[in-house]
Design a protein around this ligand. Structure first.
Ligand SMILES: [Zn+2]
Length: 90
């Protein structure tokens, strides 16, 4: 059984406060995540091994945005999202 069958997948946007490394200004940015929420139960064709893996599985989200454009009109430079982890558990 594939790991992705354990989860319901949904894109979500979350707001994070990020600081631009070029101008030092902090602002709120919408960041795209792919949220994988653990299903409430396994499909019927799951075997014992799948059940054990499913028991350990945890909902998590994967960050999809790596770069944002600075909101400061005097800067406007793009910078990498380094302060947020790329995978976060829910
Ligand atoms: Zn900036």
């Amino acid at each position: 059984m594939e790991e992705r069958e354990f989860f319901d997948e949904r894109p979500e946007q979350r707001t994070h406060t990020l600081t631009c490394p070029h101008c030092g200004k902090a602002d709120e940015y919408p960041i795209a995540w792919l949220v994988r929420r653990k299903k409430t139960s396994l499909p019927r064709h799951a075997d014992e091994r799948d059940r054990a893996r499913f028991a350990k599985a945890q909902s998590y989200m994967v960050r999809r945005d790596d770069m944002v454009g600075c909101k400061n009109v005097r800067c406007r430079k793009r910078f990498e999202v380094t302060t947020l982890q790329s995978v976060a558990f829910l």
